[in-house]
Design a binder for this molecule. Structure first.
Ligand code: PEP
Ligand code: MN
Length: 362
């Protein structure tokens, strides 16, 4: 592989605060030629700050391409030498960390299947103690914010200074439009917990296809994310992993050019103010709902006492059906589904019965 053209590499420290931060490259390093050619094209398009490539691939099922392994690390070093673009790999074990550091990888990321396991995250953190390298941590595959936050806290405790988050969506049962549901409220909550921390979006793994990349990328920009990680491949259809979602380096340029980068500061302030106001309103309504339900139970208890005195059963099916029918009718006028009204009233009814039960058997 020819490596004659060399460029002075850009230091990762200079890039860390760049917004938007754009990370791109293949899902997996497959051959030296594929990686170098993708890197060269990305470099000539001049849009990408950091080159990504998976060397160790955590695959859901056995028998799939599980990454080229350490053999790919010199390829990444070559790609950096030729293009000057800093490089990033995913690490899942202490051995991965040690190998990546030996080959001067500039940035590490922890994958979604690793973030779910505190033992693995801790092992990575122990291997990184005393090392000054930026680390991005993807959300866990399940929508558990504590695991994601916990991973960040472990990295902070290991003394890492440059930590960032990657939102790549959450696994869900049953097919939805996306490979991994975005569940935007979760990254928004992480932004609230870690307001100063870099948060970027990975539309490739959320979408699992090429057509929706634009919608997801734009949405993340509108929510004031700090950058994007998007998979690119010199010949996406022939990719050994995640072929359906990868785009060419030219495709990446068109995608980035079609996005509207709004003025972040103003937008962030307006967005946060609007969000806070709406959340306040919701808190207020929730308080009122709880107070009303509490009142309803007190009335139910009085009825219980009355039924006890007159020796009447708690459950009177006829009366309950009347309540349900009336509520479904009223609810539909308020935009509430029959399914919701039924579940809601069932829950209220059960609670009411248990209050009456206590009174009647007192
Ligand atoms: C990847 O970035 O190629 C990857 C394996 O992603 P995730 O951890 O989000 O599944
Ligand atoms: Mn991938």
């Amino acid at each position: 592989m020819q490596t004659s053209v060399t460029k002075e590499p850009i230091q990762i420290k200079e890039l860390w605060n760049k917004r938007p931060l754009i990370i791109s490259g293949p899902c997996s390093a497959e051959t030296e030629e594929q990686l170098i050619n993708t890197a060269r094209e990305l470099s000539s398009e001049n849009k990408v700050d950091i080159l990504r490539a998976g060397i160790w691939k955590p695959r859901t099922k056995p028998g799939m391409f599980e990454g080229i392994g350490v053999k790919g690390l010199p390829w990444l070093a070559n790609a950096k030498k030729i293009t000057g673009i800093p490089v990033a790999v995913e690490v899942a074990t202490a051995r991965h960390v040690e190998s990546a550091l030996q080959f001067d990888v500039d940035l590490l990321w922890i994958g979604a299947r690793t973030t779910v396991n505190p033992f693995s995250v801790q092992e990575i953190c122990d291997a990184l103690r005393g090392v000054d390298i930026p680390v991005l941590i993807k959300n866990p595959i399940n929508p558990d914010l504590e695991l994601w936050s916990g991973g960040i806290e472990r990295l902070q405790k290991a003394g890492l200074k440059n930590i960032g988050m990657i939102h790549r969506g959450f696994s869900n049962y049953g097919n939805t439009q996306y490979r991994n549901a975005p569940m935007w409220q979760l990254p928004i909550e992480m932004k609230r917990r870690f307001p100063e921390m870099l948060l970027i979006c990975d539309p490739s793994h959320i979408c699992g296809n090429r057509t929706d990349l634009h919608i997801i990328a734009q949405k993340s920009i509108d929510l004031d994310f700090g950058g994007l990680m998007i998979e690119t491949h010199i010949t996406p259809d022939e990719a050994w992993s995640d072929a359906k979602q990868q785009i060419t380096p030219q495709g990446l340029t068109s995608l980035l050019n079609s996005l509207v980068w709004r003025s972040e500061k103003l937008q962030q302030q307006e967005f946060l103010t609007a969000l806070t106001t709406l959340r306040e309103q919701i808190n207020q309504v929730d308080d009122e709902l709880l107070a009303l339900i509490g009142q309803r139970m007190k009335i139910a208890e009085k009825i219980g006492a009355y039924k006890k005195e007159n020796n009447i059963t708690i459950l009177q099916t006829h009366r309950w059906n009347e309540i349900l029918e009336a509520a479904i009718k009223k609810g539909s006028g308020l935009g509430l589904s029959k399914d919701f009204i039924t579940k809601y009233l069932d829950a209220i009814h059960l609670e009411s019965i248990s209050h009456q039960n206590i009174i009647m058997n007192d």
